[in-house]
Design a protein around this ligand. Structure first.
Ligand code: EPZ
Length: 417
């Protein structure tokens, strides 16, 4: 176990190059098993969830090499199509290998995935959609045995909710189907388009990704490709929130302002100035930020649930009161009780959190419970006076490259009291 130790206040200013998107690279790595050759994936973030994906790929028989943000995956030989429980439990995205393995090998044997605890996170939509495609799935005491008799036949699938992961699994499983699969009410997140673009670069025929109707025409064969992952929009928002919370002037390089422009009004309402030019974004924060009107999380292009925690931390020291409504996950306010330990005034009632801005926050020993919650605690630690110790650094490192953050943030081994 490791802690994040922050000596605050510490302004988030200067220039930072934004890492590649976690929620793109994870499904893309699952997709790489389809290539039957060597894929070169650029702008790959060096984070724990990528390390877990590499472990899974190596377990399946692939050869991998990771150097300077470039990950090479050779999937010429896949010697197994099962993933052991200890790897499945490490992250939610392990379940995306299901669609890819079915498409490559005609079957898969795995267990239920782990990941951040944000309340119940069922995979019923993944499984029922794959069943509609003709995948037979047997749940034997939590072990999922999945197989197809012949090739998957293309069909129309209407998702009951635009689940990101289920959309990815259906795209992957049907990429080699007989005929055409149409997904209605598909997730529209940019990371879905990134996955489809990667697959198309290997020879897939996928149209409409980024809209709620995606058409997948099955192909017989893929070829290896070279591909660069999009910038991480949630990391960009986290860094902007860090600058806003600490009165910083920050320049983000290699970001994509188009992917996050829908949340600019929130920063502007808080009093920040934002300028963009191509892949660069500049944010100038006032000394003291203002509260904002109600923030309601929604599927893309709405306000991202992954940005809820970092923005809450940003507003903890604002002038006025802000309200958050979390509509995607049942229990995604665990960071609130930790922010309160730093002096924040937050009241949580069900899926609503009311944040009354305070004058100052003060360092304390707190605990991260999930990835974006951990990012929120880092932002609050930067904005607090004194030393903040955040237990559970591993959550943060699952999705953030620590090298992007200022030197006042350190990772230290846990010392038992
Ligand atoms: C993806 O998770 C992201 N993860 C999450 O990011 C993100 O918060 C989420 O999408 C929503 O944007 C990755 O891309 C790796 P969902 P995913 O399926 O695919 C319910 C982060 O911090 N649901 O769209 O798991 C589910 O319980 C992470 O980077 C079902 O009921 O999200 C939730 O309430 C955390 N049955 C809602 O749908 C299902 O079969 C959205 O889930 C699937 C989902």
């Amino acid at each position: 176990m490791q802690n994040i130790v922050i000596h605050g206040p510490c302004q988030l200013s200067g220039e930072i190059t934004v890492q590649g998107a976690k929620n793109s690279i994870l499904p893309i790595l699952a997709a790489s098993v389809l290539s039957r050759g060597e894929c070169i994936i650029k702008n790959c973030p060096n984070i724990l969830d990528v390390q877990t994906s590499i472990e899974i790929l190596n377990y399946l028989g692939c050869k991998t090499k990771f150097e300077n943000s470039t990950l090479i995956v050779n999937s010429e030989i896949i010697s197994r199509n099962e993933i052991p429980d200890y790897l499945m439990r490490k992250m939610r995205s392990s379940i995306i290998f299901l669609g890819a393995l079915v498409a490559r090998t005609g079957g898969a044997k795995l267990t239920f995935p782990g990941g951040c605890n944000l309340g119940p996170r069922p995979i019923d939509i993944h499984l029922s959609s794959l069943q509609q495609l003709g995948v037979s799935i047997n749940n034997i005491h939590g072990a999922l045995e999945c197989k197809i008799l012949d090739k998957i036949s293309g069909t129309d699938i209407v998702l009951p909710f635009p689940s990101v992961g289920a959309t990815e699994n259906v795209i992957l499983a049907s990429s080699t189907c007989k005929g055409t699969t149409i997904i209605e009410n598909a997730a529209r997140e940019p990371e879905i388009s990134d996955l489809a673009n990667f697959l198309n670069s290997m020879g897939a025929k996928i149209k409409g990704a980024g809209s709620s109707k995606i058409t997948i025409e099955g192909v017989n064969k893929f070829h290896p490709s070279e591909y660069s992952v999009i910038p991480d929009r949630i990391v960009s928002i986290t860094l902007m929130a860090g600058a806003a919370a600490t009165g910083g002037n920050l320049i983000l390089r290699k970001t994509d302002p188009n992917l996050i422009k829908s949340i600019f009004p929130i920063f502007e309402e808080a009093g920040c100035l934002i300028k963009t030019y191509k892949d660069t974004l500049k944010i100038n924060a006032p000394e003291k930020i203002h509260s904002v009107e109600e923030i309601r999380t929604m599927p893309y292009p709405g306000f991202p649930t992954d940005a809820q925690a970092p923005i809450m931390a940003m507003l903890a020291k604002s002038i006025g009161t802000s309200v958050f409504v979390e509509t995607i996950f049942e229990n995604r306010f665990k960071h609130a009780e930790e922010l309160i330990k730093l002096g924040a005034k937050i009241k949580v009632n069900g899926n609503v959190a009311v944040v009354e801005g305070v004058e100052n926050l003060f360092g304390a020993k707190i605990r991260a419970h999930d990835l974006r919650g951990a990012a929120a605690l880092v932002i609050a630690g930067l904005a607090s006076y004194g030393k903040t110790i955040i237990e559970g650094a591993e959550y943060f490192l699952r999705g953030y490259e620590i090298s992007n953050f200022p030197n006042c943030i350190k990772i230290e081994p846990t010392i038992e009291d």
